[in-house]
Design a protein around this ligand. Structure first.
Ligand code: NAI
Length: 510
């Protein structure tokens, strides 16, 4: 926007002015040349150099038919994801004791959130107002109701039985979807029971046997079968949290040797390797360290994409909002004590101390960037807080997780401020929309190239949906809710040819 000195706005650029963004479009592509502006600060942090880099962002417009393969298809998240999408697809309404309900996609950023794309000016009054657009309208994106859904589970029950077992959705809804749900049967799973809790054995009745290489080949053949039905496949791990494999696998040679020699890799690594070799996006929704350095390098070599780790649904998302609020206001969080109890199979699995450790690590790092952002509150030597995470298994509450958090902060003149939150929510109803976002936006990001390069191997832009984001710059991880949302939204806007606002509102004031 070019200001002309009054409160009017001249939308076109005057001769001599440089358009910070140029957009063109063909039948197959949206092409954008964008001036990316940021500041470089010197080592002493005293001088600020403005930088402007020209970036060419190209988005393929054709939306493919997407096949989603869930690992953990008949778990609570998997069954809620599938039944929720089918209910939306068929627009099924159902009776409850509080009235008739109809399906929605609330909780999904891609389906139910909007972004502020610019300003509008009332010609008569001269007043400005914001213009918001649904995220799903910014760029061509897949619709969840068009997904072809399938996948694997070590428990062979059909999808109707799985939904009943999960106790998340109402029977009056499930009964209407019963014939379609009953037809969805999980493929036999690749399983290494050493990496999940011993209490899971009573669930196991649908597993493959063979060496690691044979298991990978079978998983690849399953992915290829899905490829015959759709244009693009996405594999999403929503199976049990595994124990972390330590030490990490560093080199591709070591990874390949372990596969050759059948050194019993965790199942998540086998699925991930199969997805990499089939060049399909693999998303890790659990906290274990599936993305070893060797696995990331293997993905790079195959031109494949990865995203992870651990869905950021309730408590952790709230924590990053509290970090923005408190530390962003100049208040020093000194302690954060998080307690959960839940009674679903995830809670049961997390009773194993090693599986719990994976979750604890993933949950514990989320305030790190907020702490590092403020050396006034957190000078060197005091740049840590007391952060505790406890998870207990209480079968009676089922999928309805309880999360109690206490934030203790230091305020003016050494006063103390304590905020407690108590959240009760069906865990899977929070996770399923995030799974939808990861598939819809992961697929979209796989169609975007910047200066001719893909955004991989790690799709860092999906950090908004993940507790412990794996990024292409491992030393640069953003956890802040506000920033993660802004980074993703800004990328989508730039790719669509809309300049993200610099936030100064100068044009409106002068
Ligand atoms: P769940 O225990 O109900 O489902 C997991 C499913 O994976 C089970 O059906 C199990 O039989 C299956 N499975 C285990 N190992 C397998 C393998 N090797 N191959 C194929 N299937 C396998 O758990 P839920 O609640 O669905 O959660 C799934 C994952 O998502 C967990 O790791 C959980 O920590 C993670 N998560 C969940 C969040 C939520 O809000 N629900 C938030 C963040 C992460």
């Amino acid at each position: 926007l070019g200001g002309n000195g009054s409160n009017a706005v001249t939308p076109r650029f005057q001769p001599g002015q440089i358009a910070p963004l140029q957009r063109s479009e063909t039948a197959s592509e949206i092409q954008v040349v964008y001036q990316h502006r940021f500041t470089l600060v010197d080592d002493a942090e005293t001088s600020y150099q403005p930088v402007c880099q020209e970036k060419r962002v190209v988005t393929q417009k054709l939306v493919p038919k997407v096949g989603v393969m869930l690992v953990g298809l008949t778990g609570n998240n998997g069954s809620t994801f599938v039944a929720g999408i089918l209910a939306n697809k068929h627009k099924v309404s159902w009776e409850t004791r509080t009235g008739t309900k109809s399906p929605n996609f609330f909780g999904s950023f891609s389906q139910s959130a909007t972004a502020r794309v610019g300003f509008k000016r009332d010609e008569k009054t001269g007043a400005f107002s914001d213009v918001h657009k649904p995220i799903s309208e910014i760029l061509p994106m897949a619709r969840p109701v068009d997904f072809v859904m399938g996948g694997w589970d070590m428990s062979g029950v059909n999808m109707y039985q799985a939904c009943k077992r999960a106790q998340v959705l109402e029977p009056t809804l499930l009964d209407q979807l019963k014939p379609e749900l009953e037809r969805i049967i999980p493929l036999p799973a690749a399983l290494n029971p050493d990496f999940i809790a011993g209490n899971q054995t009573d669930r196991v009745d649908n597993v493959l046997s063979g060496t690691d290489r044979e298991l990978i080949e079978q998983l690849r053949s399953d992915i290829r079968a899905m490829k015959t039905l759709v244009d693009k496949v996405v594999v999403l791990w929503t199976a049990n949290t595994e124990k972390c494999l330590k030490p990490e696998i560093e080199t591709v040679e070591d990874l390949q040797e372990r596969i050759r020699e059948g050194k019993a890799l965790p199942a998540s690594v086998l699925y991930c390797v199969a997805a990499i070799e089939e060049q399909v996006l693999f998303i890790n929704g659990s906290p274990q360290n599936t993305f070893h350095p060797a696995v990331i390098e293997y993905a790079r070599q195959h031109g494949s994409l990865l995203a992870g780790s651990d869905f950021k649904s309730g408590q952790t998302r709230f924590k990053t909002v509290m970090g923005d609020f408190l530390i962003g206001s100049g208040i020093r969080i000194s302690a954060c004590a998080s307690y959960n109890h839940l009674g679903n199979n995830d809670g049961r699995n997390l009773q194993d101390p090693m599986c719990f450790d994976s979750k604890k690590n993933s949950k514990s790092g989320v305030l790190n960037d907020a702490i590092r952002s403020n050396a006034i509150l957190y000078p060197e030597g005091k740049d840590h807080i007391d952060h505790e995470v406890v998870i207990k298994y209480v079968p009676a509450v089922g999928d309805s997780k309880r999360a109690l958090d206490e934030y203790t902060s230091d305020i003016f003149m050494n006063g103390r401020n304590t905020i407690s939150s108590y959240n009760v929510c069906e865990d899977s109803l929070l996770a399923a929309p995030i799974m939808i976002d990861l598939v819809v936006l992961g697929e979209l990001l796989s169609r975007i190239k910047v200066d001719g390069n893909s955004l991989g191997p790690l799709l860092s832009y999906l950090s908004f949906f993940l507790k412990a984001p794996d990024t292409n710059q491992p030393n640069y991880v953003v956890n802040s809710f506000t920033r993660q949302r802004q980074i993703l939204t800004s990328l989508l806007m730039v790719a669509a040819g809309i300049i993200p606002d610099d936030g100064t509102l100068l044009f409106a004031h002068f």
